[in-house]
Write a protein that binds this ligand. Structure first.
Ligand code: AMP
Ligand code: ZN
Length: 123
């Protein structure tokens, strides 16, 4: 299942280090190595899926995985001190897809960004 030479497969397998903040049976969450904001996390499925466009809307496993990734974001932001509460704080989630989407690593991942503006440009 793990793809040779895929950096996120290697991080998920513990073959190269990553600053992990969360792990469950399906996902790992690490700090981005080149943060574009004060908080910049990557939510990475352990299963190698190249892009969001490879997820099928009718596939229950893909639905569950994507739902889990998205639903985790508010918890992660809160735990890292950037939750949205009482009209303040907040965060952004981004999934770059394909060259025009600015995707650099072809293993599905969701960015969680937060913190004071301005943020660095992503791609
Ligand atoms: P994307 O452009 O959506 O494919 O984003 C890829 C992200 O992965 C970029 O924000 C990179 O800074 C980040 N990245 C690349 N290699 C690593 C790594 N070894 N550990 C953590 N983040 C990484
Ligand atoms: Zn991979």
């Amino acid at each position: 299942m793990s793809h040779e030479n895929c950096i996120f497969c290697k991080i998920a397998a513990g073959q190269i280090p990553g600053k992990r903040v969360f792990e469950d049976d399906q996902l790992i969450v690490i700090h981005d190595i080149n943060p574009a904001a004060k908080l910049h996390l990557l939510v990475i499925p352990k299963r190698h899926i190249e892009t969001l466009a490879d997820c099928l809307p009718e596939n229950p496993a893909d639905q569950a995985l994507l739902g889990r990734m998205l639903a985790l974001a508010p918890n992660l932001a809160r735990e890292q001190g950037h939750g949205y509460a009482d009209g303040a704080g907040g965060f952004r989630v981004v999934i770059n897809t394909g060259p025009d989407g600015g995707q650099e690593v072809y293993h599905l991942h969701m960015h969680v960004l937060a913190g004071p503006r301005p943020w660095k440009r992503m791609g």
